[in-house]
Write a protein that binds this ligand. Sequence first.
Ligand SMILES: [Zn+2]
Length: 196
Amino acid sequence: MSHYQHRSRAPHRHGNAALNACDAVPREQRLAQWILVCLFMAALTDQGFMRAALELARQAGARGEVPVGAVLVFDGAVIAEGCNLTISSNDPTAHAELVAIRAAAQRRGNYRLNESVLYTTLEPCPMCAGAIMHARVARVVFAAPDPKGGATGSVVDLFAERRLNHHTEVIGGVLAEESAMLLREFFAAKRGRSPQ
Ligand SMILES: [Zn+2]
């Protein structure tokens, strides 16, 4: 590499080796490496919180609910959890995301959840997408897409609708296969018990 050859000709002062070693990498390359490290760390963080949501999904499935889980994160810590409770609570609005958002708002004493991140194991439906916007959730990370009800692109993309006032960033596909597997196993077992 030419820049290394160039640096090798530069005078080395005693005690300045670390500075020179760092300086040998072009600034753009250092910046690119730093961004890659940050993205890698963020991906690890997203996976960690998604694993917590997947555990809640498993708990929902064990209770006979469709296995969907969600956690709401503030300042790097989970402040609320939710899992699908529609059947047991006779509440069609008791989706994991809404359960977590309600709990977080109560805990914060604020119906706005600015700067929060919602992790959910399934792509949010239109109802949950609306709640996410009303709550001003900053970022949504979901695992598996929902081809029959997803409102972030699978059926409709409400977050791409600029006429709806929101600033939510949406990322999908984090541990998607683990979530999809849970759902597949749940519905297969259900069909096994009562074939239709
Ligand atoms: Zn929903």
